[in-house]
Design a protein around this ligand. Structure first.
Ligand code: ARG
Length: 500
C-alpha cells in the first residue's frame, strides 16, 4: 500500500512531501480563483467607514444616519465572514454591492448618502492601496524570514569548502557560507525596494472623487489618517490617473525577488543533481514521477523559475496598461487589478517554500571537498602566488599557471612537476624554479587558499561572519519597519472603529 495516499508516488521517500510545497507546485492545476473584488471587500468596508466618519465629523452627515451606515457595514462584515454574503455580479463591482447592501438593510435615507463627496474611482484606488501595502508588508516578512534562514546556514557553513563557478564551469575555491551570504545580500535589496514602495503606496487617493474633487466640504487628511496612511496623494487628477503604476511596482518588486530566487533555485538544482551530489534536497521538498519510481524531482525549484518568467510578463503588462490613456479615470485600469492579484497569488509563498527547502537541505561536505580536486580550482591562486612570491607581473604568473594547467593534463590540480616545467619554460631563473613545489604545496588546502582573500566581502571565513552579521542587522531593520507599519495600520483601524 502506498504510504502517502494523496499522491501516486512517494513510496521511496522517507518523509511526506511538504504540503505548502505541494500546493505551491500544483498551483492552478487544482486551485480555483475567487472573484477579484471579493479580495477588496474588507478594504472597501474600511474605506466606507473612514469616509462616513469624515462626513459625520464635517457635519455633512447627521450622526444618526452615520450610525445606521456603520451598522449596515458591520452587518455586512459579519455576513461576509460567516460566508452568508457573496458579491452579486449584477451589481457590477464591490463598491455598488456594498452601497446596495447598506441601502437595503438600513434604508435609502442612510445608504443613499454613503456616496456623498466621492466616486468609485477614488474608492477603488484607495482599496487597492490598502491591499497593496498589506501585501508589501507580507512580502517583507516572508523575504526577511527567508533571509534569516539563509544567514543561519551561512554562518554554519563559513568553513564548508566547495568549488565556485563562472559560466557554470569550475572557477575558484569558495565556501557554501559565502555563497549563501550572496543570496541573502540580494534579498536585502528586495527589502529596500519594498520599503521605498511602501512609502509611495501609503498615501490616500480618497477624496479625489471622479478625478476632479468635489463641492462637499470633505476633509481628506482625516480619512487618510483614519486609514493609516502617511498623508494624502494630493493632486486629485493624478491620484486617479496613476492607478496601475503602483500595481506595476508591486509586480516588479516580486519579479526582481523571484529573479533572485530563480538563480538560487537553479543553484540548488545543479548542486543537488545526483551527478554532483554536493547538497541533497530533503524528501519533503522533492516530488516523484508517475512512471519512474526512483525520481526525486526538484519541482518547487522549477516552479519558481517558471513563475519568475510569468511574473516578469505580468509586470511588463502592468507597465504597459496605463500607457496612452487620457488623464482622468479610464476603465482600462480595472485590468491592472487582476494582474496585481494574480502576481500576489502566484508568488506570495515562494520565499516561504524556498525557506523550507533551505532549512532541510543536507550539505554534503565530503562531496564538496572531493570536487576541489578537479577543475584546477586553484589555478588563479597559483598565478597570484607565483606573481607575489617571485615578484612577477601578474600576466606572467598567469601564463605560467596556464602552462602548468596544460602540462598537468587530467590531474585536475596543478602538479609540482608541471609547475616546475612551466616555470622553466617561462625562462625563470633557477632559484625561482626551486620555489615551484613550495607554491604548489600551499594550494592543496582550501582553508589556506580561501583565507588569503581577506578583503571586504570575500569568502574568507572571518569575512563571511562579518557579512552575515551586517546582513542580519539589515534584516532587523526591515523587521522593525514592518512592525511599526503594522502598528500604524492597526491603531488607525482601532481609531476608525471608535468613531461610531
Ligand atoms: N470596478 C471598477 C474598477 O475596478 C470601479 C470603478 C468604476 N468606475 C467607473 N467610473 N466606471 O475600476
Amino acid at each position: 500500500m502506498p504510504k502517502h495516499k494523496s499522491t501516486i508516488w512517494g513510496n521511496h521517500l522517507e518523509t511526506k512531501p511538504d504540503q505548502a510545497m505541494i500546493r505551491f507546485s500544483a498551483g492552478r492545476d487544482v486551485a480555483s480563483l475567487p472573484m477579484a473584488d471579493s479580495e477588496l471587500l474588507l478594504d472597501d468596508l474600511w474605506t466606507n467607514r473612514a469616509h462616513t466618519v469624515m462626513l459625520k465629523t464635517q457635519g455633512i452627515l447627521e450622526p444618526a444616519l452615520a450610525e445606521k451606515i456603520f451598522e449596515g457595514l458591520e452587518m455586512l462584515e459579519q455576513e461576509w465572514i460567516s460566508g452568508k454574503f457573496t458579491l452579486d455580479p449584477a451589481k457590477e463591482d464591490v463598491h455598488v454591492n456594498v452601497e446596495h447592501f447598506v441601502t437595503e438593510r438600513m434604508g435609502e435615507e442612510a445608504g443613499g448618502r454613503m456616496h456623498t463627496g466621492r466616486s468609485r474611482n477614488d474608492q477603488v484606488a484607495t482599496d487597492l492601496r490598502l491591499l497593496m501595502r498589506r501585501e508589501v508588508l507580507i512580502f517583507m516578512e516572508n523575504v526577511d524570514a527567508l533571509g534569516r534562514e539563509i544567514l543561519t546556514q551561512a554562518v554554519a557553513h563559513a568553513e564548508t569548502w566547495m568549488p565556485g563557478f563562472t559560466h557554470t564551469q569550475p572557477g575558484m575555491m569558495t565556501t557554501w557560507g559565502h555563497w549563501l551570504c550572496g543570496w541573502a545580500q540580494a534579498l536585502t535589496r528586495d527589502l529596500n525596494r519594498a520599503e521605498g514602495l511602501f512609502h509611495r503606496l501609503n498615501r490616500s487617493p480618497l477624496g479625489a472623487a471622479a478625478s476632479f474633487g468635489t463641492s462637499w466640504p470633505i476633509h481628506r487628511e482625516l480619512t487618510a489618517e483614519l486609514l493609516g496612511f502617511d498623508g494624502v496623494e494630493e493632486n486629485t487628477l493624478d491620484a486617479v490617473t496613476s492607478r496601475g503604476e503602483l500595481e506595476y511596482e508591486v509586480a516588479s518588486l516580486y519579479a526582481q525577488m523571484m529573479n533572485h530566487l530563480s538563480v538560487a533555485a537553479q543553484d540548488l538544482m545543479l548542486l543537488a543533481h545526483p551527478y554532483w551530489n554536493m547538497v541533497r534536497l530533503d524528501d519533503a521538498y522533492v516530488t516523484g514521477s508517475s512512471i519512474m519510481p526512483q525520481k526525486r524531482n526538484p519541482d518547487f525549484a522549477e516552479v519558481i523559475r517558471g513563475k519568475t518568467a510569468w511574473v516578469i510578463g505580468a509586470a511588463a503588462g502592468l507597465l504597459a496598461g496605463p500607457k496612452g490613456t487620457m488623464s482622468g479615470y479610464n476603465r482600462d485600469t480595472q485590468q491592472t487589478k487582476y494582474a496585481l492579484l494574480d502576481v500576489v497569488r502566484e508568488c506570495r509563498d515562494a520565499p516561504t517554500v524556498f525557506r523550507g527547502a533551505i532549512n532541510t537541505l543536507r550539505v554534503n561536505k565530503e562531496e564538496m571537498a572531493a570536487h576541489l580536486n578537479s577543475g584546477f580550482l586553484a589555478a588563479a591562486d597559483f598565478a597570484d602566488l607565483a606573481a607575489r612570491e617571485l615578484n612577477l607581473p601578474f600576466r606572467l604568473g598567469y601564463n605560467i599557471a596556464a602552462t602548468a594547467v596544460r602540462l598537468s593534463g587530467n590531474a585536475g590540480v596543478i602538479t609540482p612537476q608541471a609547475a616546475r616545467q612551466a616555470m622553466a619554460e617561462s625562462g625563470a631563473e633557477p632559484d625561482k624554479i626551486q620555489q615551484a613545489e613550495h607554491i604548489v604545496s600551499q594550494l592543496a588546502d582550501p582553508a589556506r587558499v580561501v583565507s588569503w582573500r581577506t578583503h571586504t566581502g570575500s569568502p574568507a571565513p572571518e569575512q563571511v561572519h562579518k557579512q552575515a552579521a551586517q546582513l542580519e542587522k539589515r534584516f532587523d531593520k526591515s523587521k522593525a519597519f514592518v512592525h511599526s507599519a503594522r502598528k500604524q495600520i492597526e491603531s488607525a483601524w482601532e481609531r476608525c472603529k471608535q468613531h461610531r
